[in-house]
Design a protein around this ligand. Sequence first.
Ligand SMILES: Cc1cc2nc3c(=O)[nH]c(=O)nc-3n(C[C@H](O)[C@H](O)[C@H](O)COP(=O)(O)OP(=O)(O)OC[C@H]3O[C@@H](n4cnc5c(N)ncnc54)[C@H](O)[C@@H]3O)c2cc1C
Length: 436
Amino acid sequence: MKTPAETAPNQPAAAVGNGLPLQVAVIGAGPSGCYAAQALRKGQPDLEIAVFDSLPTPFGLVRYGIAPDHQGAKAVSRQFERLFGQPGVDFVGNVSVGTDVSFRALLDNFHAVVLATGLGTDRQLGIDQDPDARVVGAGDLIRLLNSDPDSRLRHRQAGPECLGPEVVILGTGNVAADVARLLAKSDLDFIASDVDDDALRAVAPDPVRTIHILGRCEPHAAKWDASMVKELAEVVGVHLSVDGVSLLGGPAVSPRTTVNVRFRQVPVSIRRHDGRVRVTTRHVEGTALVDHLDADTVITALGFDSPPAQPAHVADLEASNVFRVGGPATGRLGNLAENRKLAASAAKCVLEFLRGQEPQQRTGLFGLRDQLPASTVSFEAWQRIDGAEVRRARPDRCRRKFTTRGELLAAAAGSDALASIPTATTAAIDNTGETE
Ligand SMILES: Cc1cc2nc3c(=O)[nH]c(=O)nc-3n(C[C@H](O)[C@H](O)[C@H](O)COP(=O)(O)OP(=O)(O)OC[C@H]3O[C@@H](n4cnc5c(N)ncnc54)[C@H](O)[C@@H]3O)c2cc1C
């Protein structure tokens, strides 16, 4: 089995086809990068592909974005695992292109480069906002609940803070519905999930009592799927109302969490007010109707942007052998189905480009072997992380992820240091299935 440092092959690949193996680098091992690699291999099975990711783990937001209680959607990672099981497809984890390895080095060593870097940051709200008011991005929050070692909420000086009993979520997309559902659920609702129990307990020691979801649009223009709203309404103990009208008739007993959705609300400012946060909104049709809503935390769920740092100089990014999929192509995060289609058509363009070229010798990953950091994580090393996380899960969870890069790298190396990492520290389960 290869160690992390052994990811780069120590011999160039055997010659295929016309004598020159075609080499493609994919930057980003999220769904867009994996779908692109899949489609490339399907179109030309002798192609050699190296998929780089800054994280020690593959699958991007499948692992760190899709809600931890949506294991069905996360299961797409199994088909990506089969991709990395093929000879000629390498996962090159814990290598940030632009920092650990230059983009130029990829252009020099591969016939084509595919940018699949996603959109890593929550879109900012462009309104008057007190910098000290407690405002968190939905992406950052869900990354925290998914154990992302890089989540900004994890790295606050005092660690992740409690959101408080009353929150406002700005935005009416699927991510807003995910956040509301996760914050409204109790411990038992997370059975079979891989939620980060410690993080959840820190931000919501109890299910959040009141959740206001505010959207600018008309109800019919909300970007969430009806199934997401239904799923939220069906969480036991949740009472959901939309513009004051109860959904599903409302509960017989007093609800544990009330979720109030209000449309046609345009946020105007976010200020600190009496130790809490005050969101001022106006009605979408005018400036006169102004409303105030006080809460403990505001969560923005307004879409995603590229992080400010690009992996390459603009001139390099515009080279004719550079292709884009997912966020770098569309400016939208999209969902799995959309990104799969985009990746398939980008792969077609890459293959057409490659077939139209007079192939020059490129050595692919082999040519980079001296530049890769010793801490590079291979696919086999990822499988060691995967196995360790599944083994350390508490009995009613499907995995317990490592939450720091140090732990992930120790697990990748199969280190004995893991023995010192405590397991199952969260609420103990007695044999009746009730939590203590
Ligand atoms: C909260 C939430 C819930 C979601 N739920 C669903 C759902 O239920 N169903 C669904 O279909 N979709 C869902 N999505 C959307 C889905 O996650 C995205 O469509 C998909 O992850 C986008 O894939 P991507 O590969 O373009 O980007 P990402 O998944 O973000 O992957 C990009 C990868 O690139 C890497 N990278 C970035 N820069 C570099 C660099 N310089 N060098 C090396 N690597 C780099 C990143 O580390 C990352 O791993 C959800 C998204 C979120 C945020």
